[in-house]
Write a protein that binds this ligand. Structure first.
Ligand code: TYM
Length: 330
């Protein structure tokens, strides 16, 4: 029996945080053996906000180097760049014409990102249609992401459903979001009410996968906790401490209860120090490999292969959809 398809992508809009690592890439190491896995660089999503072109090119390459350094095997996973496949944008347009202004307006990410700007792009608004196209083009059944992307995957599911019922056949597979039980929303170290984000103005707020040992230690040492002084897991009342416990759990594989038990009687300083240790121990070998891959030809080889393969699949799907909605000649 052929394997079921799974797909995800991480924007090249900055260095990846340990939140992206947990919500976006780490789990793929297991999935790449179990599923027909598609992992791409959504560079067209990145230009929904202003980007510096040379820097964007650089970040695309760095992102692929990170994928490989984490242990993504291009022999098992289709690795490709969104903009090297024209069918994403073409399908996105058709899907935009099958989605409603009201539902797009309800997207949390759009509301969050547009709130402090008078001039945001139309792309920022229609972004979820492009994300739906990314998923539906390949009939992906599972979409692993962090909690922040769940609403977008659900929208893709609704668009698929609407399209299928309007045209009377299951043209699109309905995708399912796969959100991790622990670590779906790693929090900002300085303001634990927010998610840890790539694009933060506060250098102490996010730990990046490429941060050196010294800065990882410093960032955790200054993480905001609370004045209670007791180590327990309570995301609502103790979001800072709970975030540190979550990180320790994800990086060691211990359950939250086990982590809480381990740190009974310890102070916040010990917890911060131990979290820094496990993050450094995990990131160090990834960082070494990352340097190697950045200089290697393996990035281009994997991307060329991924581009050829995914263009074929996407073309087939797109031609069917184009015809179904009545575009062009029959
Ligand atoms: P992006 O680039 O913002 O984030 C990449 C992945 O990291 C997850 N993530 C987190 N997980 C836990 N804690 C956090 N603090 C945290 N911050 C981010 C995200 O949920 C995501 O899994 N729109 C997507 C990219 C995309 C995509 C797609 C994903 C475009 N097309 C199709 C899946 C399928 C995004 O901006 O992710």
């Amino acid at each position: 029996m052929s394997k079921e398809r799974l797909l995800t992508g991480l924007q090249p809009s900055g260095a990846l945080t340990i939140g992206n690592y947990i919500g976006g890439v780490k789990r793929l190491l297991k999935y790449q053996d179990e599923y027909d896995t598609f992992l791409f660089v959504p560079d067209m999503h990145a230009i929904t906000v202003t980007q510096e072109p040379a820097l964007l090119h650089k970040r695309i390459k760095e992102l692929v180097a990170i994928y490989l350094a984490v242990g993504i095997d291009p022999k098992k996973v289709h690795l490709y760049i969104q903009s090297e496949n024209l069918y994403h944008a073409n399908l996105s347009w058709i899907l935009e014409c099958h989605s409603y202004f009201g539902e797009m307006s309800r997207m949390h990410q759009f509301k969050e990102k547009s709130k402090n700007h008078e001039n945001f792009t139309c792309g920022l608004f229609t972004y979820p249609a492009l994300m739906a196209a990314d998923i539906l083009l390949y009939d992906a059944k599972y979409v692993p992401t962090g909690a922040d992307q769940k609403q977008h995957v659900e929208l893709a599911r609704n668009i698929a459903d609407r399209f299928n019922s309007r045209y009377g056949k299951e043209y699109f597979v309905k995708p399912e979001p796969v959100i991790p039980e622990v670590g779906a929303r790693i929090r900002d170290l300085q303001d634990p009410s927010k998610k840890m984000s790539k694009s933060t103005d506060n250098p102490k707020a996010s730990v990046f996968m490429t941060d050196d040992e010294k800065s990882i230690r410093k960032k955790f040492a200054s993480a905001v906790t609370d004045s209670d002084g007791k180590i327990s897991f309570d995301e609502e009342n103790k979001p800072g401490v709970s975030n540190l416990l979550t990180l320790y759990s994800v990086f060691t594989g211990l359950k939250i209860d086990e982590v809480v038990a381990k740190f009974q009687g310890s102070g916040y300083g010990d917890l911060k120090n131990e979290v820094a240790n496990v993050v450094i121990d995990t990131m160090k070998p990834i960082q070494d490999k990352y340097k190697y891959y950045l200089e290697s030809t393996e990035i281009d080889e994997a991307l060329d292969e991924g581009r050829e393969f995914t263009n074929k699949i996407a073309k087939e799907k797109y031609e069917i959809i184009r015809n179904v909605v009545g575009l062009g000649r029959n």
